[in-house]
Design a protein around this ligand. Sequence first.
Ligand code: SF4
Ligand code: SF4
Length: 329
Amino acid sequence: MDCPVIIADGWLGTDDVIVDLEGRGTHLTKQFVSRAIADADALLSVAHFKGHPAGGYGGSLKNIGVGGASKRGKMNLHGALAGDKPVINADLCPGRKCDWWQTCQDCCPEGAIEISEQGLKIDQEACVYCFSCANLCVNMAGINAIQRFDHLPALGRRIADSALATMMTKEEGKCFFMNYAIDITPSCDCYGWTDTPIVNGLGILASLDPVAVDKACIELMNQAPGLINSEAEDYNALSPGAKKLNIIKGKDVEAQVYGGVENGMGTTDYEIEEVPLDRSQAAIAKFYPEVRAKKLKLMYASNHPLSGLDTASFGKVTEGVEHPRHPKK
Ligand code: SF4
Ligand code: SF4
């Protein structure tokens, strides 16, 4: 896309602007938006549509709601600054008998955790609710002595409020959203593994309205038949019309959409207009008026990637292989 990679909230996640939601947020009054995103003239969001353990699903709203927030913005929308605390059940902690005790003690940025032979002590006053310890204890140690609970109805709406804050940094019509509704896996892409998609190949949906494009993806996914050997089969959600992620996750996953309607960011009243596949010269000229090689020619004139190389040696037949590209011929 010819775009430089810029970490939008700075290398420590502290570079942001404060956006006042002007009373529109259902859960947030203000949000911290990454500065490079806030400063940009326009926003093009490109998201993979799929399931998500905390947000229910991930699409355009989560892409700009969570992705557009700085470090403290992410804490704000996850509820930390709103007062949600890790839930501690110290009796479950075996102390230094836990394989993860040292990492557990070290993972706290505030030094609030002490693991002794006797067990776990947390200085609640020092805790800034980052949940590193809870993720470690639940996901790595598998013990649940420290846990966090995502309350989806609130988290989804916080994500929607945060998405609204990101959009409020742009003029009307300067945000555009694309959802890749392909390989719709039950969990998100940041996991260290993937899973058989529950639905596949619905297409790429695009809109100026992030609520509409997410809602359309949810409904298309639900209307489609589920794929066998996926969680859709495990949870008996294969049939067209089954609310797949709701059934798999055991909850209503659409809180982000409800929040986006409630805060006035978008609508669920949409129409899908199919864009025909057109491989004609005229279509290519319309969407790619500039042939890429024209730009490369200028760059190559001063700095050619093959300069100084013996190009005469290119394409020599590999010994013993008469026609490497078309062996059958
Ligand atoms: S990971 Fe959990 S069980 Fe292990 S030391 Fe930490 S709090 Fe205790
Ligand atoms: S939530 Fe974060 S700050 Fe609080 S005790 Fe756990 S690691 Fe430390």
